[in-house]
Design a protein around this ligand. Structure first.
Ligand code: SF4
Ligand code: SF4
Length: 429
């Protein structure tokens, strides 16, 4: 009874803390502009199953891909057991979900096996982080804290899996004839622990496991591992159009069509319309849309985008991972300002210039290799394009080669220096 009360208090405190931090992140994402990504639910669900649950994009690099998928799938299965532990802890039951019969056997057996696979994968990941010099884990945007964050998470996962197995071993020992579930690995290990105090082993393992779950849960909002939470909505609401398709700005499209065909009144502004003051592109995070801001919170800092980026490979300043990390960093800063000074406060800083430089932006070839490579369908290019649009359309700060091309488009209807009337001259020669 006392244990249940203590656990209920701890659980309430941990879930409340997580909810507050989650609410702040959702509020920050809602600072973005509106964007319709609620269309085609069937297509989106299929992509969700393939990319998020199936982890298909990770298999492009088979070894790390399979290991990561094992950890992800392992967590999905083990989460069912964690929910059971929470219910048991609050109401003082033991293995309440055991009433589910053979489904429970399937879940517990999978969890028991997955615990070992996750354990082995975590040790390999740790070895790789600590002793192998993997190029995509480095870069000027990668601070020491990123590495520490990854190692801390791996250590927590290792202890989570060990405590899960020892808890199962203790449970089997306490109920040798009539336990619920199926535990193939723990049964195999049981003889090595048969002389231990199994009640103590079970109690310590149970509390260690559930406390680590709650600590990990509350570490998530502060770390790149928040992608565990964000990956599912992020993939669902990702861009499902062909990657090469640029999103045009409707007002500019209208102007261009008018310019190309001035005799049509299809695009004419009705006399009654009051002209609105429109700004183009994005200067700060609040000019981006909510999907782009959600992308920023979902980035795992894995570096797959940067390792495929031709600009980065040829020594230019650009790193798409840095674009996402900068966007997240700036959004967190804006959020903290709101917490401190309220909405509408300006710190006279912006994503453009204070975080991302023009040189980085103009190094992009718009090839989409980053978006293609991202295991979570994050789209760094859309942010680059919006920041560039601001530079061009609000500050007239395009590189001079582009300015020349813009003048040609305006005067000649084409990027070249020749007037439209001369276009067919080649046939006279
Ligand atoms: S679209 Fe730009 S940032 Fe992305 S890979 Fe290509 S060059 Fe790099
Ligand atoms: S944008 Fe995608 S590929 Fe790039 S670091 Fe983030 S999660 Fe990895």
């Amino acid at each position: 009874m006392q244990g249940s009360i203590l656990f209920s208090c701890i659980l309430f405190f941990a879930l409340s803390l997580f909810s507050v931090n989650l609410w702040k992140i959702v509020r920050n994402i809602r600072l973005g502009k509106s964007k319709n990504r609620f269309d085609q639910p069937l297509k989106r669900t299929i992509i969700l199953l393939k990319v998020a649950f199936g982890q298909t994009k990770l298999f492009h690099r088979p070894v790390s891909g399979i290991l990561h998928a094992l950890v992800y799938w392992g967590f999905l299965v083990i989460t069912i057991g964690t929910l059971e532990m929470m219910v048991d802890g609050v109401f003082g039951f033991e293995r309440l979900f055991g009433a589910l019969g053979s489904f429970y056997n399937l879940v517990t057996a999978s969890g028991d096996i997955m615990a070992v696979l996750v354990l082995v994968s975590s040790f390999i990941f740790m070895f790789r982080r600590l002793f192998l010099k993997i190029k995509r884990f480095s870069g000027k945007e990668m601070k020491k804290s990123s590495s520490i964050d990854a190692i801390v998470a791996l250590v927590i996962i290792v202890f989570l899996m060990i405590s899960l197995l020892t808890m199962n071993i203790g449970y089997i020992g306490l109920h040798p004839e009539n336990y619920f579930g199926s535990f193939p690995v723990s049964n195999l290990l049981f003889p090595y622990f048969s002389t231990w105090d199994l009640y103590l082993l079970h109690t310590i393992s149970w509390w260690t496991h559930i406390m680590l779950v709650l600590i990990f849960l509350n570490e998530l909002p502060y770390s790149k591992h928040f992608h565990v939470v964000m990956s599912i909505p992020n993939v669902y609401f990702s861009n499902i159009e062909s990657l090469g398709k640029m999103e045009n700005m409707p007002s500019v499209t209208k102007e261009v069509k008018l310019m190309m065909n001035p005799n049509t009144d299809q695009y004419a502004i009705p006399a009654t319309d009051t002209p609105t003051l429109e700004s183009f592109g994005a200067k700060d995070v609040t000019d981006l849309n909510w999907v782009q801001l959600m992308n920023a919170y979902s980035c795992t800092e894995c570096g797959r985008c940067t390792s495929e980026c031709p600009a980065n490979q040829t020594g230019r300043l650009l790193s798409p991972r840095k674009i996402m990390m900068d966007t997240r960093q700036r959004l967190k800063e804006v959020g903290k300002n709101i917490d401190k000074y309220g909405k509408g406060y300006s710190d006279n800083k912006s994503l453009l210039n204070d975080y991302i430089s023009k040189e980085e932006l103009w190094a992009c070839t718009t090839c989409n290799a980053c978006t293609q490579a991202c295991p979570l369908n994050i789209d760094p290019l859309s942010i680059i394009v919006d920041l560039r649009r601001y530079l061009v359309m609000e500050e007239s700060a395009a590189p001079k080669e582009l300015n020349m091309m813009f003048t040609n488009v305006e005067n000649n209807g084409a990027p070249w220096q020749f007037p439209a009337a001369d276009r067919l001259k080649w046939k006279d020669e």
